[in-house]
Unconditional design. Structure first.
Length: 135
């Protein structure tokens, strides 16, 4: 078996391009784009990166793609799924997230192979009211 160099590490990256590298500021009822990819860890996604374990990484080597599903009970997500084309670094998928309630928002990004979940990343974010201004 081959030794994996640190550069061989693959991450599920989830980030908000409008705010990188800062933490996103989510406002209720205001859509925000969220990006997802597989590849080296992105600086913009430090808080939203999850390493893929070696067994899963090996399994992905022989596949043409991996499906992505975004779950979020308190937001609408459009589209709710997509496919990352392998090998990595993959294409970047963009999901539009529109929070529906003020408070804590949990976003779960799941990787699936043949409808079986193989990896998941969860992010907890804060959603603010429309009139809540900082300053």
């Amino acid at each position: 078996t081959r030794n994996h160099e640190p550069r061989d590490e693959i991450f599920l990256n989830v980030w908000f391009p409008a705010y990188e590298p800062r933490e996103p500021r989510l406002i209720v009822d205001q859509p925000i784009d969220m990006s997802v990819d597989l590849g080296p860890q992105r600086l913009a996604a430090k808080r939203g990166s999850s390493p893929i374990d070696p067994a899963t990484r090996e399994a992905l080597l022989n596949l043409p793609g991996v499906d992505v599903w975004v779950q979020c009970a308190d937001a609408s997500v459009t589209p709710c799924d997509g496919t990352l084309v392998l090998p990595w670094p993959t294409n970047v998928l963009t999901f539009t997230v529109t929070p529906r309630v003020v408070g804590s928002l949990r976003i779960v990004v799941v990787l699936l192979v043949r409808n079986h979940p193989i990896h998941r990343l969860q992010r907890e974010l804060q959603v603010f009211g429309r009139r809540a201004e900082v300053g």
